[in-house]
Design a protein around this ligand. Structure first.
Ligand code: UGA
Length: 441
């Protein structure tokens, strides 16, 4: 089997590489020449555990190739499917900008020579596959040819940092189709990924498109709900960690995605929640729950800063804050919508000094923050003479530091734990002032 994947961002690169891993011939296409040149040399545009070896292995076996030539890769390629996995950046009004998706659709229409299923893999609003169909039809009409094709919607549910595992062993695969022929192609493609017994769910195209947004919106809702409960726990003298365990053992609620913290970030939840609110309002409906989810999340990004402000009685000027973790979550260098940025900017505004360390996101941080902060060469160096430690991203290496060393390096022994990872460590016994989220001091 042969396929083309257009767009070598997060979703496209993981999708193409994982399909190649099971023996499918894959051409990954991108307009960014530098990116493709690098990929050919085995240099990846993103950090994702295990992906570089998988790219190298499949490229070496000549099942995975990279090209900037979309037209040449589509004409007479014998591809049974072409995946569109290009970006859908949020426009100013919060709606997903489809110019790249539809641009690719037109280019496919201008160059396809045989039947194929054109699959939208990017997260796109309900109705996009229909627009993709129209764009291709228009191009075929201009060419005056009648080549049969189908469109399909196949949303992606992979998580950054666990993308390969999520793709190879998915909880479920959702595919929206409008013909039996397309269903057959998609079944054949995904058969190797169904070994763990999880389902391949076929449905109509708009439902598949909606499923993606509903899934992310539901997860974001769980997080904001728990953050709200955590804030109330603090006021009422309850401990959200206990409450979390208490409710999570009810299988209807589940114990995943109910960890309070300093708000969700990344490229997906913030964008998708906004887009769904927008789609609804454009169609005369108000997503009241999601509006609150967004508002709670914005406030939550300041919760740690508010605790710092009150601990130091507003006197932050000249103080040094050590920050552990900059990426929006562990195992990624992604800093899009990262709570760390909100906290850092607020501290800098108050005249404080920030020294940060992150296992992989330092380079990305330098692009965004430049020299406005200092960078530690490891987590301990970041602590030297610090007035407080802020745990912002729960990287595994921050979980059990040597607190005797921590205590020696710091000027003042204060820990603000934005992810509750030191819950149960009893830092007060070690002489620290400890602040978590929704837990007793
Ligand atoms: C999310 C979804 O989990 C994926 O299923 C989806 O495919 C992806 O978006 C997407 O649409 O592409 P991702 O953004 O990589 O994946 O990250 P998550 O692991 O879901 O974490 C999102 C945010 O929620 C992080 O900031 C994390 O710290 C926060 N979070 C997560 C919490 O605050 N509490 C939790 O209990 C769980």
């Amino acid at each position: 089997m042969r396929i083309a994947v257009v767009g070598t961002g997060y979703v496209g690169l993981v999708t193409g590489t994982c399909f190649a891993e099971v023996g499918i011939d894959v051409t990954c296409i991108d307009i960014d020449e530098k990116k493709i040149e690098n990929l050919k040399k085995g240099i990846l545009p993103i950090y994702e555990p295990g992906l570089d070896e998988m790219v190298a292995r499949n490229a070496q076996k000549e099942r995975l190739s990279f090209s900037t030539d979309l037209a040449g890769s589509i004409q007479g390629c014998g591809c049974e499917a072409a995946f569109i996995a290009v970006g859908t950046p949020p426009g100013e009004d919060g709606s997903a900008d489809l110019k790249y998706v539809l641009g690719v659709a037109r280019e496919i229409g201008r160059n396809m020579t045989d039947y194929m299923v054109v699959v939208t893999k990017s997260t796109v609003p309900v109705g996009t596959a229909q627009k993709v169909r129209q764009a291709i039809e228009e191009e075929l009409e201009i060419r005056g040819v009648d080549i049969p094709f189908d469109v399909a919607s196949n949303p992606e549910f992979l998580k950054e940092g666990a993308a390969i595992e999520d793709f190879l062993k998915p909880d479920r695969i959702v595919v929206g189709v409008a013909s039996e022929k397309a269903e057959k192609v998609m079944k054949k493609l995904y058969k190797p990924f169904l070994m763990n017994g999880h389902p391949l769910i076929f449905m109509d195209i708009p439902s598949a498109e909606m499923t993606k947004y509903a899934a992310n919106a539901m997860l974001a809702t769980k997080i904001s709900f728990m953050n709200d409960i955590a804030n109330l726990c603090e006021i009422m003298g309850a401990d959200v960690n206990m409450v979390r365990k208490g409710i999570g053992s009810d299988v209807r609620i589940g114990n995943k995605f109910i960890y309070p913290g300093i708000g969700y970030g990344g490229s997906c939840f913030p964008k998708d929640v906004k887009a769904l609110i927008r789609t609804a309002s454009e169609n005369g409906y108000q997503m009241r729950v999601l509006q609150s989810v967004e508002e709670v999340n914005e406030n939550q990004k300041s919760v740690l800063y508010n605790k710092i402000h009150s601990h130091f009685q507003g006197n932050l000027s000249g103080k040094t804050f050590a920050i552990w973790g900059l990426s929006f979550k562990p195992k990624t260098d992604d800093m899009r919508e990262a709570p760390s940025l909100v906290i850092i900017r607020k501290l800098l505004e108050q005249g404080a000094k920030v020294r940060a360390y992150d296992p992989v996101a330092m380079e990305e941080a330098r692009h965004i923050l430049g020299d406005t902060i200092e960078y530690g060469k490891d987590e301990y160096e970041a602590l030297i003479d610090a007035d407080a430690l802020l745990l912002v991203t729960e990287w595994p290496e921050f979980r059990s530091p040597n607190f005797a060393v921590v205590s020696k390096l710091m000027k003042d022994k204060v820990v603000f734990d934005g992810r509750n990872i030191y819950d149960g460590v009893d830092l007060s016994e070690k002489g620290f002032s400890y602040y978590g989220i929704g837990v007793k001091k």
